[in-house]
Design a protein around this ligand. Structure first.
Ligand code: NDP
Length: 336
């Protein structure tokens, strides 16, 4: 079987690629950058005959996945979507590419002759959480919840890039569910909604400035940022666990047509990350700020149901401590 993974040279995508390769699948990764594809391939010589990359254009244009990209593909894991906050035009750089990427990959996968049986889409907890409402005590978000954010507010030039990013994920995921409902393609859809994703990287990261968005914030703690960042959401998942969630979502027949929250049940905070770094790395005792209340377990004002995904997809979640330690060690030893 051959799986197409988009965003394959990004943080989450590269872990998905590695998980599939380790299981014996052939992988075609798409990327805008031939160079990053070559670097990924060069770092995996043992999979030379199982791993290939195709260059696709920017998603801002629709129809970028042509027949040659889809040739021989049995399943698609669509990870790619713009995830950065340093924008000049939110709608052009975040929202439109996210939606058009979904529309392009879905219509290419539904063309006559396509053998695609399943599409797994990386959505986000951003398309679930309502950041403007304080939930009642004891509230737990589930995969049935949708962020009430409107397109107009997300795309408003006065909105922040964070708000626009949330809209990009919500409206891209909605476009996927609408496509499946209206076009009734031969494949089924599974969407995954992870909150903050952290962990060691498997993709090419030439220097710390090139680190992906979510890990950059975690690294800033090790690097001495002061004050510590506030966590926008108290929930997270390790990238390696999330890759397993993606692959199980592809393999389990009964996952078809479902939406999953993929999140560790353990809440996190950057204060807790700072505590872990100071405890586990001597050098961090000096570099990590002391300008916070140490020694407090993170608390969350709501729960996030990651257990349904764990049970139905058969995955377990790493501890926040293991994720932080593995990531910080890797950056210190191989990227700095
Ligand atoms: P990265 O930035 O590392 O990866 C994003 C990938 O998307 C890149 O490989 C890039 O491909 C591709 N991409 C971005 N913009 C475009 C575009 N305009 N046209 C074509 N391709 C594009 O981020 P992550 O791996 O962290 O994110 C992957 C997915 O996971 C995204 O959908 C994101 O929304 C989602 N997500 C991430 C979370 C996190 O905390 N990291 C949390 C929840 C969801 P290229 O190789 O061409 O550069």
């Amino acid at each position: 079987s051959r799986v197409l993974v988009t965003g394959s040279t990004g943080f989450i995508g590269a872990h998905v690629v590695d998980n599939l390769l380790a299981r014996g699948y052939s992988v075609r990764g798409s990327t805008r950058s031939a160079k990053k594809g070559e670097q990924m391939k060069a770092a995996r010589p043992q999979y030379a005959d199982k791993l290939e990359f195709v260059v696709i254009e920017d998603f801002t244009k629709i129809g970028v996945f042509d027949d040659s990209v889809m040739d021989g593909i049995d399943a698609v894991i669509h990870v790619a979507s713009p995830f950065f906050y340093d924008t000049t035009n939110n709608e052009q750089e975040l929202i439109i590419p996210a939606i058009n990427g979904v529309k392009s990959i879905l219509s290419a996968s539904a063309k006559p002759g396509s053998k695609v049986q399943r599409m797994v889409l990386t959505s986000s907890f951003a398309s679930v959480v309502d950041v403007n409402t304080t939930p009642p005590p004891g509230f737990t978000y589930t995969a049935a919840d949708w962020n009430p954010l409107t397109y107009e507010v997300a795309a408003d030039p006065k909105s922040t890039s964070v708000e626009a990013y949330r809209g990009s994920k919500k409206y891209a995921e909605l476009a996927a569910w609408d496509f499946v409902k209206n076009e009734k393609p031969q494949f089924d859809l599974v969407t995954l909604c992870p909150p903050m994703v952290f962990g060691p990287v498997a993709h090419p990261v030439p220097d710390i400035k090139s680190m992906n968005e979510s890990n950059s914030v975690l690294w800033s703690v090790a690097d001495g940022v002061d004050p510590l960042p506030g966590a926008r959401v108290p929930a997270w998942i390790d990238a390696r666990d999330l890759a397993e969630v993606h692959v199980q979502a592809l393999l389990k027949p009964e996952a078809g047509g479902k939406r999953f929250l993929a999140a560790s049940p353990e809440p996190f905070s950057y204060e807790y990350a700072a505590d872990i770094m100071k405890e586990k790395f001597d050098w961090a005792k000096d570099s990590v700020t002391s300008n916070y209340v140490a020694g407090q377990k993170p608390s969350a004002s709501y729960g996030v149901d990651g257990q349904t995904a764990a049970r139905e997809l058969g995955v377990t979640y790493r501890s926040f401590q293991d994720t932080v330690v593995d990531f910080v060690k890797q950056v210190k030893e191989t990227i700095l």
